[in-house]
Design a protein around this ligand. Structure first.
Ligand code: PMP
Length: 420
């Protein structure tokens, strides 16, 4: 079937087809995925985010409870009573919406409290943070505002889609994932060119769960006159002794020029932030179009202020998460599976072949385990994998159930390292 060689990327644009014809072709691809039982996207969930979720019936998928590895709710805070209470109190005190953009009436004390807490969390002076309404825009909107034609963005190939979107209006050079020689080659070539040279990396990479060698990246970049932006969406709350992310782990918090992150993972809400010097923050407040022309976050964001406090007040969640990570990684490795070089709560099981990967996702669902089968364009064509996020509220029973399911899948599909 020719459609089995396709991916969502093929439908981004199709020459000579108008939008309706393009959508029709896309619909055929979706039908193919459904008929093959490979439709693992937009599954309807009838419960809250957490270690177990209720899925609705959909084609081959049976209605019922599944052990879930798809929430990036690393510390389990989406269900934390104190955080829920903070959201409810925020709504009770301020109502349900902010009413307008921050520049024209939508900037409230609960926004300022949140930004102050973020500055303190990252040990920066007051005024060092700006809160966006998504993690995506904290990258895309700020980069679009900061980097123009006379600048250059030098990005690790594996950075998030939101970064790629933000750098469309500037010169872009990509370097091989975590490859310092490749980075240095680019930096030395552009040494005396460009107005701003910005190196953009993730603290923790979203598909492999590995960390960027931040110390070396920062030293190199500064040596060649560049600035470093670290998106640590997946590191905050997880990495570092006090959950300050990869920057804490590598002891470079005071050397990173710009930090971006999200409220949608450890902080268990929606929104994102950027940390930088106060002048840059003030520039973004007025110049970043998606910030200036879009409504501010709702009062439910008060929950994020509470979540930030709880990272410090209840460190046992981070400890429990790491117990889970250690246990699960060992279990998967003992089965002979390839989990790459992850050192975070993101655990991939690398399968390679797209078809086998879809098949594995389907079999895992049949065993009551809900994971994300990831394929091109999120990763390269031969690099398909089952991606899982561990959270603090997974129990040993949840993890054992998943390990048994992987054992079963491996026996059926030969996905172990030695078979690849
Ligand atoms: N950065 C990274 C590395 C991400 O993985 C994501 C989304 N998973 C984002 C930014 C965007 O964050 P959000 O989903 O909160 O908009």
């Amino acid at each position: 079937n020719y459609l089995s060689n396709k991916s969502f990327k093929d439908y981004e644009d199709i020459p000579n087809l108008d939008i309706f014809q393009r959508a029709k072709a896309h619909e055929e691809y979706l039908d193919y995925l459904k008929v093959s039982g490979y439709m693992n996207y937009r599954l309807l969930v009838n419960s809250g985010c957490g270690p177990e979720v209720d899925l609705a019936e959909d084609g081959d998928i049976k209605k019922g409870s599944y052990v879930s590895f798809v929430c990036n709710d690393y510390l389990g805070f989406t269900q934390h009573p104190a955080i829920k209470k903070a959201a409810i109190s925020g709504i009770e005190k301020y109502g349900t919406g902010a009413g307008s953009s921050p520049l024209i009436g939508g900037y409230f004390d609960y926004h300022q409290e949140l930004e102050d807490k973020l500055s303190t969390f990252f040990k920066k002076p007051k005024g060092s943070s700006i809160a966006y309404t998504t993690g995506y825009t904290s990258n895309s909107a700020s980069l679009q505002c900061l980097l123009k034609q006379e600048d250059i963005a030098i990005v690790d190939m594996a950075v998030h889609a939101s970064v790629y979107e933000g750098i469309q209006g500037t010169t872009v050079k990509r370097f091989l994932h975590n490859n310092l020689d490749a980075l240095e080659r680019i930096l030395s070539n552009v040494k005396d060119k460009y107005r701003t040279k910005m190196v953009i990396v993730d603290g923790v990479y979203s598909q492999d769960g590995d960390l960027a060698p931040l110390k070396e990246i920062i030293t190199l970049t500064h040596h060649y006159g560049g600035v470093v932006l670290v998106d640590d969406a997946h590191g905050i709350g997880v990495i570092g002794n006090t959950g300050r992310g990869a920057m804490e782990y590598f002891e470079v918090m005071d050397k990173v020029d710009i930090i971006t992150g999200t409220f949608s993972k450890t902080f268990s809400n929606v929104g994102g932030y950027l940390i930088a010097n106060p002048e840059l923050i003030s520039y973004l407040q007025f110049q970043s179009r998606q910030y200036a022309f879009s409504a501010a976050a709702t009062p439910a964001i008060s929950a994020v202020s509470r979540a930030i406090d709880l990272v410090d007040e209840e460190p046992h969640w981070q400890k429990k998460l790491w117990e889970n990570i250690t246990y699960y990684k060992k279990g998967l490795t003992d089965l002979g599976l390839d989990i790459g070089t992850t050192n975070s709560a993101i655990i991939p099981v690398k399968i390679g072949d797209v078809q086998k990967n879809c098949e594995a996702g389907k079999l895992l669902l049949e065993c009551g385990i809900y994971t994300n089968p990831i394929m091109y364009p999120a990763v390269s064509l031969k690099d398909s994998r089952i991606r899982m996020s561990l959270i603090a509220t997974h129990t040993k029973e949840h993890l054992d159930k998943a390990l048994n399911a992987f054992d079963y899948v491996n026996k059926k599909l030969n996905i172990a390292k030695s078979m690849k």
